[in-house]
Design a protein around this ligand. Structure first.
Ligand SMILES: Nc1ncnc2c1ncn2[C@@H]1O[C@H](COP(=O)(O)OP(=O)(O)OP(=O)(O)O)[C@@H](O)[C@H]1O
Length: 758
């Protein structure tokens, strides 16, 4: 009844809506002509500034988008809102024609290769305190009309039409003894154009995230069936820099502030053509666009640090992606965990982004009815199969046409999810389904039950296949309103880095230092090292180095130093890569930087702390224990400890990067460190030949030998039975370990599978 009422209401408004639509057609065509003509105008008439081109483009883009989805509130007053909501079939036909024109216009402006300045909204610094901050509980009334804030305005990007047909995805799940193939997606078809927001809906586990990952090029292509094209071209690495992907989990550095997070992203991801100041300005623009100005200097926070709220964190994740002005934006549940008003505000932002000519695809769990009406297109998934694809506004009418309608007033999203789950409480089903139940029930002799969810699912899949799928597949054949040149631009293997290798290294190094700055002044760690040093100093207080027995005692201290500084760095370094795995996967999938720049920055940004602590340690131990009191031996001992630390770190990095699992990594590291310690030359001197090679792999052994040499180089007989020569061999072995372990770690990271399901 509700659907019928809506349709009637819609038909009553048709005349008005059509008039408006016709006006929009004219406006859009004018805008398209104007935009495509602009270069000629620029050459022949008057010089056109980038600002004026930006304005022209924005105007045309806004007009076009209004045309592309009349239900959208892209401006105007509240009185117009109900008119925009009235969606008659006729209006929609006009709109489809319009969207092609809009895309053509956008495409042509992009293809001109014109440079537009970023004209995002920035509040001047002196207005910051007065500006109305975005607050979850302080939402202006005009949100729905979309007039409360300026639109997110960015320069035009390459328009990307995404089409996918009969997409399938299988995984092989391995049990204890057997492995079985499981279909995750079964033949999904759809398309989304620039200027549109496509929502993927379905119950939990229906395959939304998998489909989103697949469309975003984040699953290994060989495991994917069917076809996915971007401007009629297959996926290419070039697209990585044109795609923004907001993952379901918020992957952010907890100790960076909101502003730092977005600024580093801008500096890494934005084009080399922009200056550092322009990139930083873009970060500020995004902060204002997303209403994050109030918390821009607050730390993101995590499990152990209190930071911004969940909604703000989600918006930072979105900001991290929209900052690059992507042509294609994917979002995995951007509204989960948000209250309905904040969710509405977030979706409004997505609309604004789409209105700027981007293609937006988002999964959504249970949208409110206001939110549902803001999507242009909808795919409803059930157990990996398509139950609906088409205009979101037509979904209710479609299900009613196949005999499924709500019996009471219901949020459309709730109705659709109930159907996809096979739950038909308060939903009427067609008589053929009821017949199936009666046949089934007569066999089991139970009556008056509803059809089981599997039967409903089967019915919905069949209905979709017979009524919608073929039609949609035919529509995919329609040629795109794009030049061949633009189409082919997408298919390029050339990557576009936002910064040079050296810039990437510097940015990542600074980011690493900032993220771990709290570690540098961790009093706990400093206390741990200093208290160990003091205990050692007291135990070996002014030890005797003149007698053989005294030297043997000192050798025990030197061996402990070699073990202590071999043990500590291994166990701190194994955390490095497994802890950052999610971030690394996310950032590498977006081609934010070269792995080598990250690797070097990550491994060197920890060095300052790792080298300050041993200095403190040695200063205490060396003088308390009364080791050789002159500058040479002191600094050589320090250098030896440094070499040991960096070699041990290398081992920790290699183990962590190879296993990428903290439990397994700590187990392997403890066995290795223990073996190296036992083979270190202190506990056992006469080792069987077949195992004696193991000591040469032990950094403890080489460090111990070097420390002995520094203290007793001219003393015979050798202390503790360890002969020392000029020490070059030991230094060479430690240097080889420093590089060897790191190369191993780097290669392991290179081979790391980045994505889930990959
Ligand atoms: N690599 C994989 N190995 C095994 N199972 C997988 C894999 N990828 C996806 N699945 C399974 O496929 C199904 C769909 O998963 P997906 O994450 O896409 O669902 P979803 O609709 O996004 O769910 P939610 O709304 O809960 O996030 C799930 O049952 C999931 O366990």
């Amino acid at each position: 009844e509700k659907v019928v009422f809506c349709m009637e209401k819609s038909m009553n408004s048709t005349t008005l809506a059509r008039t408006k639509s016709e006006q929009l057609v004219i406006e859009t065509q004018a805008a398209a002509t104007q935009t495509s003509k602009s270069p000629t105008m620029q050459n022949e008439d008057a010089p056109i500034t980038s600002e004026s081109m930006g304005t022209l483009s924005r105007k045309s883009s806004q007009r076009m988008v209004v045309g592309a989805s009349p239900g959208r509130s892209s401006g105007g007053n509240k009185n117009n809102t109900h008119i925009r909501k009235a969606r008659s079939a006729q209006v929609k036909m006009d709109v489809e024609e319009l969207s092609n024109g809009a895309a053509l216009s956008r495409a042509s402006s992009a293809s001109l290769g014109l440079s537009f300045s970023f004209t995002g909204f920035t509040v001047p610094p002196d207005e910051i305190t007065d500006s109305k901050p975005f607050s979850d509980d302080d939402i202006p009334e005009d949100i729905e009309a979309g007039t409360c804030k300026p639109k997110f305005q960015t320069e035009p990007t390459l328009p990307i039409y995404l089409k996918f047909s009969d997409v399938t995805y299988k995984v092989i799940t391995k049990g204890m003894t057997t492995s079985e193939e499981r279909d995750i997606l079964n033949g999904i078809t759809g398309a989304v154009s620039p200027g549109e927001v496509l929502a993927l809906m379905g119950p939990s586990g229906s395959g939304k995230t998998t489909l989103l990952n697949l469309l975003g090029g984040r699953l290994i292509q060989s495991t994917v069936g069917g076809s996915v094209t971007y401007n009629d071209q297959p996926y290419s690495k070039f697209l990585k820099s044109k795609i923004g992907f907001v993952t379901q989990d918020d992957v952010l550095f907890p100790h960076l502030t909101v502003k730092e997070t977005l600024t580093y992203t801008a500096r890494l991801r934005l084009s080399k053509a922009l200056s550092r100041q322009q990139k930083e300005k873009r970060a500020i623009d995004v902060i204002y666009e997303l209403g994050l100005e109030r918390c821009q200097d607050t730390m993101i926070g995590g499990s152990f640090v209190r930071g911004v709220s969940g909604g703000e964190r989600k918006r930072v994740c979105i900001g991290n992606e929209i900052i690059i002005n992507p042509s294609l934006l994917f979002l995995d549940e951007p509204t989960s965990g948000l209250d309905s008003t904040t969710a509405l505000r977030t979706v409004q932002t997505l609309q604004n982004i789409a209105e700027a000519g981007k293609t937006v695809i988002t999964t959504i769990h249970q949208p409110s009815s206001r939110l549902f009406h803001k999507f242009d297109k909808l795919i409803l998934l059930g157990k990996g199969s398509s139950l609906y694809f088409g205009r979101a506004s037509e979904a209710m009418a479609y299900f009613s046409s196949i005999g499924c309608s709500p019996l009471i007033a219901m949020n459309p999203a709730e109705f659709l999810l109930d159907l996809a789950n096979g739950n038909i409480n308060d939903i009427s089903v067609p008589s053929e389904l009821e017949d199936k139940v009666q046949v089934g029930n007569s066999e089991t002799e139970t009556r008056n039950e509803k059809p089981p969810p599997a039967v409903i699912h089967e019915y919905l899949v069949e209905a979709y296949e017979s009524r919608v799928a073929e039609n949609e597949k035919k529509k995919l054949m329609t040629p795109l309103p794009l030049d061949d040149e633009i189409k082919l631009k997408v298919f390029s293997s050339k990557r576009e880095w936002g910064a040079s290798w050296w810039q990437q290294y510097c940015i990542l190094f600074c980011r690493g230092i900032k993220e771990r700055r709290h570690d540098y002044f961790s009093w706990l760690r400093i206390t741990q090292v200093l208290s160990t040093a003091i205990i050692l100093g007291l135990l070996w207080w002014q030890s005797d180095s003149k007698s053989t027995r005294g030297r043997q005692d000192q050798a025990g201290l030197l061996f402990f130093i070699a073990v202590f500084w071999g043990f500590f760095p291994v166990f701190t370094a194994i955390f490095t890569f497994p802890q950052e795995r999610a971030m690394l996967s996310k950032e590498r999938a977006a081609d934010m930087y070269r792995l080598s720049a990250y690797f070097l920055a990550r491994t060197t940004s920890d060095l300052p702390l790792d080298l300050i602590l041993p200095v403190l340690f040695l200063l205490v131990v060396y003088f308390m224990a009364g080791l050789r009191l002159s500058a040479g031996p002191f600094f050589l001992s320090m250098l030896t400890v440094f070499l040991c630390i960096i070699a041990a770190q290398g081992l920790g990095l290699a183990i962590g990067a190879t296993l990428m699992d903290l439990k397994r990594a700590t187990t392997l590291a403890s066995v290795t460190v223990m073996t190296f310690m036992l083979a270190g030359g202190y506990f056992v001197k006469k080792v069987p030949v077949f195992i004696s090679w193991i000591r040469y792999m032990s950094f403890n052994y080489h460090t111990y030998k070097l420390l002995l040499k520094v203290q007793y180089q001219d003393i015979t007989p050798p202390v503790n039975g360890i002969k020392t020569d000029d020490g070059l061999w030991e230094v060479g072995a430690l240097v080889a370990m420093i590089f060897g372990y790191r190369v191993l770690a780097y290669l392991s990271l290179r081979g790391m599978q980045l994505h889930r399901g990959a």
